[in-house]
Write a protein that binds this ligand. Structure first.
Ligand code: MN
Length: 144
């Protein structure tokens, strides 16, 4: 089983971009459109990493962070905030809530995966090439 990333994001365009980029690098993505659903998915099957929007309907990202980090099974799962509203003091508030990192929206497809991978134990994956079969997984991709 590959690395599973839970993305909690209510904006469909942002969700699709994150999913597209992460899946292109071989990650398995679980999608949640609000914090409550995200917490349920995380409890049901702890992911390897959580990416969470701060502005969400219902409970906000700060509350999601507090609830995730309060659960022993999930406390050590890396939790990364994404937000379009980078305000003075935001970063400190986010880190104080329990987030391990902070990425500004809109996400940059060129740097997003390396930023995420830095919080995972495994090294940054290579993008999947269209002709890479499952049997070749683990081998370095041929240079093209
Ligand atoms: Mn949002």
């Amino acid at each position: 089983m590959g690395t599973r990333i839970l993305v909690i994001e209510d904006n469909p365009a942002s969700m699709e971009l994150a999913r597209y980029v992460l899946e292109a690098f071989g990650y398995t993505v679980s999608a949640a459109v609000d914090g409550e659903i995200g917490l349920e998915l995380a409890r049901a099957e702890p992911p390897d990493l959580v990416i969470c929007d701060l502005q969400l309907p219902g409970i906000d990202g700060i509350e999601v962070a507090k609830r995730l980090k309060a659960q022993p099974a999930l406390a050590r799962v890396p939790l990364i905030a994404v937000t379009a509203y980078a305000m003075v003091g935001d970063r400190e508030r986010v880190l104080a809530a329990g987030f391990n990192g902070y990425i500004s929206k809109p996400i940059d497809p060129q740097t997003f995966v390396p930023q995420i991978a830095a919080f995972l134990k495994s090294p940054a994956p290579m993008p999947k090439s269209p002709d890479t079969s499952a049997a070749a997984a683990g081998e370095p991709p041929a240079s093209r």
